[in-house]
Design a protein. Structure first.
Ligand code: ZN
Ligand code: ZN
Length: 291
């Protein structure tokens, strides 16, 4: 693997699963997985700090720039969900899916992340195990963050890779042009039902051992959707009429702490909240405990 001179840890999550990460894993950094069977070795995602090497191909959780560093340049086979395929195959597809059409964003993604079109990327099939010989990797479609966002269940290791359902206290991100709040909520519900021994994320939290610890972390992550919804309602009550007028007022990012594209993403997320029926918002953890 390449490291840019930074220290790297390889954390073993199961007999066939390693997670490779640097000392930092908040965006733009992250920690890919490497799964090794008798007949094959696959990387799940790649990152600025860690580009896996000595393997047969890449499985991508989704199209975002921070997950695909060095993947096109490797020349190896790449599989991604059909709903994210156009976003890895061309810059136009990426721009359409993300909604970031500013030339400055293109410049940032192609320089900082060395983004290149993966013209030969193919589709994976959710629910169909990929057999590496004595170990399987099964894609699980968990849309919302992006339309094709997937997790991966590795058996017999009972390891579930969550992609960008990152269990952070910041909460889920659904600020792309093709992101969906409804799908995000449905995926948070669906992933809560998946039985595994180790649950791991690309950013932030890293791995969590055991179902109970996972449920606690997931619920604290998911409840941020409700918190944002309440902030939007409070701004409406205070006379702010639309998403433009609410952006930059702390709904998603505390003022001053947002990334370069943060205002645009926040505006889109507020729009989703303004058009959303709040009845299905994830409940705070203590309410779920009481249920
Ligand atoms: Zn992402
Ligand atoms: Zn990410």
């Amino acid at each position: 693997m390449t490291s840019g001179g930074r220290s790297l840890d390889i954390v073993r999550l199961g007999p066939h699963v390693e997670q490779w990460h640097a000392d930092h894993r908040a965006y733009p950094s992250g920690a890919p997985l490497v799964v090794t069977g008798r007949e094959g070795r696959m990387a799940i995602d790649s990152s600025l700090d860690v580009v896996p090497t000595d393997h047969d191909g890449f499985l991508l959780s989704h199209f975002h720039e921070d997950h695909v560093v060095g993947v096109a340049a490797s020349g190896l086979p790449v599989l991604v969900h059909a709903d994210d395929l156009s976003a890895v195959r061309s810059w136009q597809g990426f721009a359409d899916a993300s909604g970031y059409t500013d030339p400055a964003w293109h410049e940032l993604v192609t320089t900082q992340f060395s983004w290149r079109a993966m013209t030969r990327a193919e589709t994976l099939t959710p629910g169909r195990p990929i057999d590496l010989g004595g170990v399987t990797v099964t894609p699980v479609h968990l849309p919302g963050h992006t339309p094709g966002h997937c997790g991966f269940l590795v058996e017999p290791d009972h390891v579930l890779y969550l992609g960008d359902i990152d269990l952070s206290s910041f909460g889920p991100y659904y600020g792309d042009a093709t992101a969906s709040l409804v799908d995000t909520i449905a995926s948070l519900r669906a992933v809560r039902e998946i039985d595994a021994q180790v649950y791991t994320t690309f950013h932030h939290r890293g791995h969590v051992v055991g179902r109970a610890a996972f449920e606690t972390a997931l619920d604290r992550h998911a409840v941020m959707i409700r918190a944002r919804h309440e902030r939007v309602q409070a701004l409406l009550d205070a006379g702010h009429l639309d998403a433009d007028d609410m952006t930059g007022r702390g709904v998603v990012y505390r003022p001053g702490t947002r990334p370069p594209w943060g205002l645009e993403g926040e505006r889109r997320m507020i729009e989703l909240h303004l058009s959303h029926d709040p009845s299905d918002l994830p409940a705070p953890p203590h309410e779920q405990d009481d249920a």
